[in-house]
Design a binder for this molecule. Structure first.
Ligand code: CMP
Length: 140
């Protein structure tokens, strides 16, 4: 299977509770290597543009407000089948639906404050990685 990259965000509800290390341990235990990482306070413009695909959804304004409510950790993850591997370790978007042992089941507070974001396809991973990372900031 090919080595792939995906994009991940540790969200403000998780950084607020100092869960970055515990989430990173879950990612690494799932076979994902953190090949790029930076902590950042998103601006409103950055959050709006990142989530532009959801602009028509009723939760969009709240989502942007939440994602700018505290620092996030932006990550590039690498590994075999990384997009699917990350989605499996994250669990379902709504923690009420997430499987036991997943990050969202164990850490998420709500469907909005759900601790992590992960790309949903290799194509979107490439777009999301290039939105936040320069090539020289990623080291395999
Ligand atoms: P994420 O994977 O970051 O992508 C979009 C985010 O919107 C999602 O995780 C949730 O945190 C957030 N969200 C808030 N409300 C909803 C909802 N009703 N349905 C789906 N996503 C929601």
């Amino acid at each position: 299977m090919a080595i792939e990259r995906t994009f991940s965000i540790i969200k403000p509800d998780a950084t607020r509770r100092n869960l970055t290390g515990q989430i990173n341990a879950r990612l690494e235990a799932a076979g994902l290597r953190i090949v790029g990482q930076k902590r950042k306070q998103l601006t409103e413009a950055e959050a709006k543009a990142f989530y532009a695909v959801h602009a028509a959804r009723p939760f969009y304004n709240d989502l942007v407000a939440f994602m700018t409510s505290g620092p996030v950790v932006l990550q590039v993850l690498e590994g075999e089948n990384a997009v699917a591997a990350n989605r499996e370790v994250m669990g379902a978007t709504n923690p009420a639906d997430a499987a036991d042992g997943t990050i969202r089941k164990d850490f998420a507070e709500s469907i909005e404050a759900n601790s992590v974001h992960g790309s949903d396809s290799p194509e979107n991973a490439a777009i999301e990685i290039s939105y936040f990372f320069a090539g020289c900031e990623i080291t395999s």
